[in-house]
Design a protein around this ligand. Structure first.
Ligand SMILES: NC(=O)C1=CN([C@@H]2O[C@H](COP(=O)(O)OP(=O)(O)OC[C@H]3O[C@@H](n4cnc5c(N)ncnc54)[C@H](OP(=O)(O)O)[C@@H]3O)[C@@H](O)[C@H]2O)C=CC1
Ligand SMILES: O=C(O)CCC(=O)C(=O)O
Ligand SMILES: [Mg+2]
Length: 739
């Protein structure tokens, strides 16, 4: 029997799954396909990590490890929904919720001292930040807007804020002392085993990572972020921002760069509130405040202090604000600033939202203002400034005419920075950071560091690079679209990649294809000139730009990255089908709980399912699966054309109603096709029955809305209550269950 694994994740997509999965199961079983679920939500991952603390009946298997194993099997077919990459605050909330429900998970040790606490911290660390995607992404990334989706966006453009030439909005990044500055990179001449160490001035060595096995032809990099340079940069930019009278907004990716970016974030907060931190430092230390977790953590922890002390601290914090720039807000109604939590502003989604808004962010008064977008690491920040320059000169992009920018991303096997967190260190001393061959004692790479600097090693394996080049050539051929490799010869790492790209391009027939290599800023300029003329350009990028560009262009082109087709052809032959290119939309859960309306758009799920069925049809020689894929594709287009995507407004069609329409259109298409008479017969009756009950079903869906709903939890909601909430139409449920 053919099998699809459907992941159960978190927040909005997890809710949507409760409504959509019964439909998927009912349709696919007609083609002999079993759909199995695999719970990889952050709560399930925490439970799986601590079986010895749980009763027998509370234990759950380590599904993520199993899925990771399956990525190595050629017949694997996984549909992967977005999941939470948890910050420390979120992880603590997960633990609290589980404990409250009788799961005796231990407390999170914030400042581990004993060996036991350190071990616990390490185990919890497995559920922190981006812990799922890197395990499953055993292939490179192919993300694009399907034609039907792009055509729909052209006909029904989303709103765009207006860019003015006199906008003061700009990007600020470091010009020295950051990871880009003085980066070192080599391609290995043979397989080696190395250690990462800090050589102190007195000759002693601190080994930080005793053994890393490196493959032949692998590219490794050594990069350092200077603490002094970072602090100077923040001081200068905060003052510049205050003088300019615009909002200060910090954009980091603390979820994926889960070691370095919380530190970079924490320094910004400490500099902003410098005097208060100097005055109350000892008290903050005593309370175990770690501002790398955001101001939310600070306010939470000072709440235990006597009122007079607490008020004094609050006053001192407010006094700092007087001579600092105004902060961009995440939620002005609730007074939540950009410094509240490092996972509130995640650069891949936050920068495009600002650019789409005409370069504006929300101020504390709920009004929009120009801003200084601060992205300390210059490596990729420059692409955003280039886009801002373009917008200021040419005005905002026009979704009705703009071209599209698909992406082929080098991602497999934890490529580049996104795989570096276990090789990233905040230096405890001043000395020489070194990568040393264990067998020969050769120093492969070394760089001076000072106490507090952040240093890291990145790895990029050769086979993923070969596969990436192959995928880029394939996409160029299949879509007859130019490919630009965004690679900067002045950056040592990318210079190594350029050599490899040039070499591996020779393995393919590139006759008649337009393939070029350009540095990021030129590539952005070139791509935008084409975008504005309605021309399409594939971006072939490394892992970080894959992430950034696949939110940036879709948000401008389609209004959201949720509408992207996002395929990961696994290197061992299987398929990983991600649903959209965005995240788990936490704000949507709030609306569901308060008003029983889920505005989550499952288009990404529909697109992923189509690809998954097509993959399965070919792999398992399952003709019925191909019929299901073809008809689902048509049904999805019909859904768009008939405007049956979820509305943002409570009382109107939402996620659940939209699923009903997809089911009805899918059934209609199956009834209309001539390839498979069995499916035709079965779905003709089903389609008729849904059509005849359409009004009653939509009424049931809409009537359920407008009141609050209790699903008893957030990270570990009650399955039954959540399912009831997500399947409120008895008529539709009966129809689906009877298929
Ligand atoms: N592949 C993965 O597993 C990914 C996971 N993440 C994780 O997701 C979480 C949230 O990240 P965040 O930066 O807020 O980005 P999101 O992409 O989740 O959300 C940003 C906004 O995009 C819109 N949006 C996203 N998806 C949809 C959808 N399907 N339908 C309609 N609108 C949508 C919503 O806008 P509006 O509010 O206006 O409706 C939403 O508030 C984090 O924990 C992050 O780590 C992030 C990216 C990828
Ligand atoms: O894994 C994560 O935290 C985010 C992934 C992401 O943003 C992406 O792949 O686009
Ligand atoms: Mg992303």
């Amino acid at each position: 029997m053919s099998k699809i694994i459907y992941t159960k994740t978190d927040e909005a997509p997890a809710l949507a799954t409760l409504s959509f999965l019964p439909i998927v199961k009912a349709f696919t079983q007609t083609a002999g396909i079993a759909v199995e679920t695999s719970d990889i939500s952050v709560a399930a991952r925490v439970l799986a990590e601590f079986p010895e603390y749980l009763n027998e009946d509370q234990r759950v298997p380590d599904n993520l490890a199993e899925l990771g194993r399956l990525t190595q099997e050629p017949d694997t077919n996984i549909i992967k929904l977005p999941n939470i990459s948890a910050s420390v605050q979120q992880l603590k909330a997960v633990i609290k919720e589980l404990q409250g429900k009788g799961y005796a998970i231990p407390d999170f040790p914030e400042d581990p001292q004993t060996d036991e606490e350190k071990e616990l911290r390490k185990r919890f660390g497995k559920a922190l930040g981006s812990a799922v995607n890197p395990v499953l992404r055993e292939g490179n990334s192919d993300r694009r807007a399907p034609k039907a989706v792009k055509n729909y966006a052209r006909k029904h453009p989303h709103s765009m804020g207006e860019w003015k030439q006199w906008s003061s909005t700009h990007v600020s990044h470091m010009h020295g002392g950051d990871f880009y500055d003085g980066e070192q990179s080599i391609t290995l001449d043979k397989a080696r085993t190395v250690r990462m160490e800090l050589l102190l001035d007195d000759g002693t060595k601190k080994v930080l990572k005793p053994e890393i096995a490196l493959q032949d032809k692998e590219v490794i990099d050594l990069m350092v972020m200077s603490k002094d340079a970072l602090l100077e940069f923040y001081e200068r930019e905060m003052e510049d921002c205050r003088e300019a009278g615009i909002l200060f907004s910090l954009h980091v990716k603390a979820t994926m760069m889960k070691v370095s970016h919380p530190i970079v974030f924490g320094h910004a907060v400490r500099i902003y509130y410098k005097e208060a931190f100097e005055k109350h430092g000892a008290c903050f230390d005593e309370l175990g405040i770690n501002v790398n977790n955001g101001m939310a953590d600070l306010y939470d922890k000072i709440s235990v202090l006597p009122a007079s002390k607490r008020e004094e601290i609050e006053q001192d914090l407010h006094a700092c604000q007087e001579h600092r720039p105004r902060l961009a807000m995440v939620d002005s109604a609730k007074g939540i600033t950009n410094f509240h939590s490092p996972s509130d502003i995640i650069v891949d989604a936050s920068m495009p939202a600002m650019i789409r808004n005409g370069g504006k962010m929300w101020g504390a008064d709920g009004k929009l203002y120009d801003c200084k977008a601060v992205m300390p690491e210059s490596t990729f920040a420059r692409i955003y400034q280039e886009m801002i320059n373009f917008c200021k000169w040419h005005g905002n992009f026009d979704p009705t005419t703009m071209g599209t920018v698909p992406n082929v991303g080098l991602m497999a096997q934890k490529a580049e920075e996104y795989g570096s967190h276990d090789k990233t260190f905040e230096s405890s001393d001043t000395g020489m950071a070194r990568i040393v061959d264990i067998d020969t004692d050769e120093v492969l790479l070394e760089k001076d560091v000072k106490k507090g600097d952040i240093w890291r090693m990145c790895q990029t394996k050769d086979l993923p690079i070969q596969d990436w080049v192959k995928l880029a050539v394939r996409r160029a051929r299949e879509s007859n679209t130019p490919v630009i490799f965004w690679l900067d010869p002045y950056r040592p790492h990318e210079n190594e990649l350029i050599k490899k790209v040039n070499m591996y391009l020779k393995d393919h027939d590139t006759d008649g294809l337009h393939i070029e290599i350009m540095s990021q800023v030129r590539a952005m300029r070139y791509t935008l000139e084409r975008v504005a003329r309605g021309l399409d350009t594939i971006s072939a990028t490394g892992n970080i730009l894959r992430d950034y560009l696949t939110d940036l262009f879709p948000i401008l082109e389609l209004g959201t990255s949720a509408k992207m087709l996002s395929v990961v052809p696994l290197m061992k032959g299987g398929g990983l089908f991600e649903t959209g290119a965005g995240g788990s939309a936490p704000k949507h859960v709030e609306q569901l709980v308060e008003e029983n309306h889920l505005r989550w758009d499952s288009l990404g799920e529909f697109l992923a399912l189509t690809e998954s069925l097509e993959h399965l049809a070919k792999n398992d020689n399952n003709a019925k699966a191909q019929v299901l894929a073809d008809t689902l594709d048509k049904a999805t287009e019909k859904l768009l054309l008939n405007d049956k995507s979820p509305s943002r407004k409570t009382g109107e069609l939402d996620n659940r109603g939209s699923h009903f329409y997809l089911a009805m259109y899918w059934a209609e298409e199956l009834a209309a096709q001539e390839q498979d008479s069995e499916l035709k017969e079965k779905f003709s009756k089903f389609a008729q029955s849904l059509e005849s009950q359409e009004d009653a079903i939509v009424k049931e869906f809409n009537d359920a809305q407008g009141k609050s709903v209790d699903i008893d939890g957030y990270y570990f909601a009650d399955e039954k209550l959540a399912e009831q909430a997500m399947r409120p139409s008895t008529t539709f449920n009966e129809a689906i269950d009877s298929l």
